[in-house]
Design a protein around this ligand. Structure first.
Ligand code: BDR
Ligand code: CA
Length: 377
């Protein structure tokens, strides 16, 4: 007898297929997936007929690569530009990686502009240990044929935002250096940005230090500028992203599907698994950046909660930590006894500055991810 789960999945699949056919937007699922019925698409909560316009700010990056593919194969999103930054590996690698990934996905038409090579004020720390020396798990894809545009990332972001006030969401899945540079270079641009969605931060401990998540750790000063900018901000942090870990079974599904995106995703993840297993690493890899993109496609994948989030920048041991308040008053640490006059009040009223992802539905996420990456076009 089939389980309730089967029927729930089957219903989801039929509902999604009906939406697909009606919208004429999503390609058919491969027969292998239909038969196993495991990766049917989840509800397309966003409206594919009016895609959300996004700029992908990124440091590819193994999970960045998967996030690219998810965004590019989702009709709910329109990627207006890609702006690489130093992070997982230096800009000299994230820039060609971004071009490669767009070429693999058949989207070399999307402009790519070089971002910051170093954090605002700190030395660059990379995560080659997690993403391989080239950032793509060590897979040697051919040199990209396309070139970045002549504008810098800052210039390109400002130009696109100014031409489309209130329309553009910046999806930042690397250190926030480029986004902070935009805000610093143009003091009147903030109200024109629709929203910023970041992968980064954590209210439940870090992954680089006990306090800080990698993207915030690399450039805490940039993160602080972004969190303090008054722009609608969503933080998809480790609280949820460490709960969506991809394993061998899902990678095999990608490898078994004959489309360039699925094949490339399978290769990158397989190579990274093999690399990490040699160093005694875990047999899974958290899909931090893809989850961040997925929440824009189907908001039901994560639950958001209002917080006032502050970024620690002066802590010698805790820089990059995100401290979240759900109510006031907000208290700063007491001033040092230097004899200098202290601020009038160490307390600030509570006013949320971010929606923080606090819960996630991993099954819904993986159904969406696998369905989109394994679809025929
Ligand atoms: C974040 O850091 C990077 O290593 C990943 O690409 C992700 O953006 C997770 O902490
Ligand atoms: Ca990243």
């Amino acid at each position: 007898m089939r389980s309730d789960n089967f029927f729930r999945n089957r219903r989801d699949f039929l509902r999604a297929s009906a939406v697909t056919l009606a919208a004429g937007a999503l390609p058919a699922f491969p027969a292998s997936l239909f038969a196993s019925n495991k990766y049917s698409a989840t509800s397309a909560a966003a409206n594919p007929s009016k895609p959300q316009r996004i700029i992908l700010d990124t440091d590819p990056g193994v999970d960045d690569a998967i996030a690219f593919f998810l965004a590019l194969r989702s009709p709910e999103l329109r990627v207006e530009a890609v702006t690489p930054v130093s992070g997982n590996v230096p800009l000299s690698l994230t820039l060609p990686n971004a071009l490669r990934l767009l070429e693999i996905a058949g989207r070399a038409d999307i402009p790519v502009a070089a971002g910051a090579a170093t954090p605002l004020v700190r030395r660059l720390v990379t995560a080659k240990y997690a993403h391989g020396n080239n950032g793509l798990g060590g897979v040697d894809f051919p040199e990209p044929k396309t070139k970045p545009v002549a504008e810098t990332a800052t210039e390109l972001i400002c130009r696109i935002v100014r031409a489309n006030p209130g329309e553009i969401t910046i999806v930042a899945i690397g250190p926030l250096t480029n986004v902070a540079t935009v805000l610093k270079s143009d003091s009147t641009i903030a109200p024109l940005i629709k929203s910023i969605v970041i992968m980064g931060g954590s209210l439940s401990g870090g992954n680089v230090t006990p306090a800080a998540e990698f993207n915030l750790y690399v450039d805490p000063e940039a993160a602080r500028i972004v969190f303090d900018a008054g722009i609608p901000l969503t933080m998809v942090g480790l609280d949820v992203t460490r709960k969506v870990v991809i394993h061998d079974e899902q990678v095999r599904t990608l490898e078994a599907t004959q489309n360039p995106v699925s094949q490339a995703a399978g290769k990158i993840l397989r190579a990274n698994f093999n690399r990490l297993s040699k160093t005694g690493g875990a047999a899974g890899f958290a899909m931090h950046d893809p989850l961040t993109v997925a929440h824009l496609i189907d908001p039901a994948i994560v639950t958001l909660k209002d917080y006032f989030v502050e970024v620690e920048t002066s802590g010698e041991i805790t820089a990059g930590e995100t401290v979240g308040y759900t109510r006031g008053p907000i208290r700063r640490s007491p001033p040092l006894e230097t004899g200098l006059p202290a601020p009038d009040s160490p307390e600030i009223d509570f006013k949320p500055n971010a929606k923080v992802a606090v819960e996630v539905d991993p099954d819904k996420f993986f159904r969406l991810l696998l369905a989109r990456l394994t679809s025929a076009a």
